[in-house]
Design a binder for this molecule. Structure first.
Ligand SMILES: NC(=O)c1ccc[n+]([C@@H]2O[C@H](COP(=O)([O-])OP(=O)(O)OC[C@H]3O[C@@H](n4cnc5c(N)ncnc54)[C@H](OP(=O)(O)O)[C@@H]3O)[C@@H](O)[C@H]2O)c1
Length: 343
């Protein structure tokens, strides 16, 4: 068992670069390599960390100093590198959403099982102390019997333009909250109804917004609002909230602001500081907790907090939302033969 996990980052765009920084700084990880389709994307990684880079995924996963990969390619492009890494016997962390189809999830789960490797999906809200505490209160009966949940996650256009046409607001944003709903409900989804509207983006880029209602097998209901066309004049990159109502109380979580407001000549600004800000030149925040957890699972041979089956259930619900929005029907989901493990 390694004392420090040698990590290769796959896909070094906005989030891959943050992962690379985290892996370079955490005591539990060592950044050893990076992959991207184009050599140009790899330049900043070489400049900053001087590590091996390649545009050949098989070359990357064959490296003996590599114990694990962190896959940060776009939502629809996770399966190929995950399967390549698992087949080469490397542990895998894949960014959320696990994929944009259940078939891709199944292919990845099969490869990870066959390779006998750890496989974790990056549902980061579980490592955010605010969402963690909300979950703990709910599952310990702190608000009585859970009745319903509500979540919203919206971005101004500038924060997600790079993803238009490659994914959807449900996969890109809503997958965070679908995982939170499933984790808190402790039950599979039974039925999904969704509506979408596209006024601003083209049909190839959109939809603009999706609203959905989920009914869980144990009767709990949840509503999700997700949109990526909020105005660029918004002073924050995120408009997000979570609420849970139980028979004896309720929980309200406003995740839009990280608590810091800066007033200047250009107006008000709310910098993000929870996820990857630096304190005294060291990266800190929720992504560090998440990657450290994955590394400790590899080092100590324990199971990650987010299983691939749970990641798959999020994708199954997200796909049902899209089917419902395009057909106008309520989508009934069949019970899974393999339980996703929400309990
Ligand atoms: N947990 C969170 O809070 C969080 C936040 C942001 C993003 N994410 C997730 O992280 C993943 C990456 O997001 P990102 O924002 O970093 O995306 P991004 O900035 O667009 O970067 C993706 C990188 O993947 C490479 N790539 C490889 N295969 C590709 C393909 N088939 N099509 C397009 N690009 C490809 C691109 O570089 P080349 O052109 O050189 O290949 C690009 O640099 C997504 O799954 C996203 O949902 C999670």
């Amino acid at each position: 068992m390694p004392e420090q996990v040698g990590v290769g980052v796959v896909g070094v765009g906005v989030f891959g670069q943050l992962h690379a920084r985290v892996c370079n700084e955490l005591a539990e990880t060592r950044l050893v390599a990076a992959w991207s389709r184009s050599d140009r994307s790899l330049e900043p990684i070489r400049d900053l960390y001087g590590v091996y880079t390649t545009t050949d995924i098989n070359e990357l996963v064959a490296r003996p100093d590599l114990d694990a990969v962190i896959v940060c390619t776009p939502d629809h492009a996770h399966a190929e590198p995950v399967v390549a890494a698992a087949q080469a016997g490397k542990h895998v962390f894949v960014e959320k959403p696990m994929a944009t189809s259940v078939a891709d999830c199944d292919q990845m789960i099969h490869a990870a099982r066959a390779g006998g490797v750890k496989f974790m999906v990056g549902h980061i809200l579980r490592f955010d102390p605010r969402y963690w505490q909300a979950h703990e209160r709910i599952v310990s009966g702190g608000i009585g019997k859970l009745v319903h949940m509500y979540a919203r996650r919206n971005n101004p256009r500038r924060a997600c333009e790079r993803a238009f046409g490659r994914t959807t607001p449900v996969f890109w944003l809503g997958s965070h909250d679908i995982d939170m709903f499933l984790w808190c409900a402790g039950s599979e989804a039974k039925a999904v109804y969704a509506q979408q509207n596209t006024q601003l983006l083209s049909d190839e880029e959109g939809p603009d917004s999706v609203l959905a209602v989920i009914t869980f097998a144990n009767g709990i209901i949840a509503a999700l609002q997700t949109s990526w066309i909020l105005p660029d004049g918004m002073p924050s990159d995120l408009d997000a909230a979570f609420e849970a109502v139980g028979t004896e109380g309720c929980i309200k979580l406003d995740a839009s602001l990280d608590g810091l407001s800066v007033y200047g000549p250009a107006g008000i600004e709310y910098p993000r500081s929870m996820y990857g800000a630096a304190v005294k030149e060291s990266v800190t925040g929720v992504l560090c907790h998440e990657v450290r957890h994955f590394a400790r699972c590899v080092i100590e041979d324990t199971e990650p907090l987010v299983s691939p089956e749970e990641g798959r259930e999020v994708v199954r619900v997200a796909c049902a939302m899209h089917r419902s929005a395009s057909t106008g029907s309520v989508i009934q989901l069949t019970a899974q033969q393999t339980q996703p493990g929400y309990s």
